[in-house]
Design a protein around this ligand. Structure first.
Ligand code: PLP
Ligand code: COI
Length: 349
């Protein structure tokens, strides 16, 4: 097994959000109540038993993170301990074993380090997407938890999640489907939540939107989140509001952006239910935020059969989201001072 120190010759600036096979992935196995030490593997294929609960009953979950190259060449993760914490919350909800934070970080760092050649260089606009996953792999026919699990981390260089480079202005369509019940699994990063959303995304795209926007499933009144990102809204009166809900993923990006809006932009930050229809006239700028989406301005939302446009007639990036994007990405790429200690350097030796 040889780890290349030479960078791949890729047109980094042209990358989209697609899987691209890299050289190594990290894998550890849980059986008889204990984790193996874990190792780097070359094959992207997993041999899974046909009776695996991950396949039948969706006993699996995942995380999404990025590594970026700083101007001085350091490779930085962003708040990885929060992804570890969230994976363990999901694992608990789905009766899967905890992945100790030490194993989680060691696996992520090992996968990043071993694929050094694939980490986009500073200034390329691209990043290394990291996908930790936990799956129930042993055989089971009855509906009960697996006894054997794999924790795997693979990586892939990626560009923007929404097609155009830089900050793409996107649109959302309120879905006629529900994503998550109030006491269901919406607050956890379970793959099953996403399977149910595929058709909703398809419907949203048929309306010309990029993604579905889900309202709370109990009253269909309050904003929950988009298919792959949380929502934040800049409202009249220098307010920065994000929906409070038991059914949405606790986004690392959203929590970070709320801190930046409060501390750096002196906005009044509120985390509370947002009544979409009643509060629409107050919306100045809207954005979808997440690891893949970063901070994508939402120009228009389709609600009850009509489009509602925000800043610049729904075609321009507004000043609040532009500033927050610059602050967030500047910290993530090691270009701005990291006063909160959010970045985590991956040792390269
Ligand atoms: N909501 C959903 C449904 C997601 O898939 C994601 C992506 O991870 C997010 C929100 C954003 O979370 P984070 O900022 O932690 O990536
Ligand atoms: C992420 O942003 O990391 C996600 O997991 C969203 C996914 C649907 C691409």
């Amino acid at each position: 097994m040889s780890i290349s120190k030479a960078k791949q010759e890729l047109n980094w600036a042209e990358l989209g959000f697609q899987y691209r096979q890299t050289d190594f992935r990290f894998s550890a196995t849980y059986s008889d109540g204990a984790w193996s030490a874990g190792e780097l593997l070359e094959s992207p294929l997993i041999a899974v038993h046909e009776g695996a609960p991950a396949l039948h009953y969706a006993q699996q979950c995942f995380e999404g993170m990025k590594a970026q190259t700083a101007p001085d060449g350091r490779v930085l993760l962003f708040r990885p301990e929060l992804n570890s914490e969230r994976m363990n919350q999901t694992a608990e909800r789905l009766l899967m074993p905890q992945v100790p934070v030490e194993l989680f970080l060691r696996g992520v760092e090992a996968a990043v380090r071993a694929n050094y050649a694939w980490i986009p260089p500073h200034g390329s606009g691209a990043s290394l997407y990291i996908r930790p996953m936990l799956i129930g792999v042993g055989e089971n026919l009855g509906l009960r938890p697996a006894r054997t699990f794999e924790f795997r981390v693979f990586v892939s260089p990626v560009g923007p999640y929404y097609k155009s480079a830089g900050m793409a202005v996107i649109s959302l369509a309120v879905s006629e489907f529900d994503r998550a019940a109030p006491a269901g699994t919406g607050a956890f990063k379970a793959g099953a939540n996403y399977a149910g959303g595929l058709l909703a995304t398809r419907h949203a795209q048929a309306l010309g939107a990029n993604e579905a926007l889900y309202l709370d499933s109990k009253t269909r009144t309050y904003i929950d989140e988009a298919g792959s990102a949380n929502i934040v809204v800049a409202m009249k009166g220098n307010r920065f509001v994000s929906p409070k809900s038991n059914a949405i993923l606790p986004s690392v990006t959203r929590r970070s952006v709320m801190t930046l809006a409060e501390e750096q932009m002196k906005m009044q930050v509120e985390n509370r239910p947002i009544d979409l229809r009643a509060e629409l006239p107050e919306f100045e700028e809207v954005a979808a935020c997440g690891t893949a989406a970063v901070l994508s301005p939402v120009g228009r939302i389709w609600v009850d059969g009509e489009w509602h446009a925000f800043y610049g007639n729904g075609e321009k990036v507004g000043p609040v989201m532009q500033k927050l994007f610059d602050l967030l990405v500047g910290i993530q790429r090691g270009e701005l001072a990291d006063v909160h200690g959010w970045t985590h350097e991956v040792p390269m030796e």
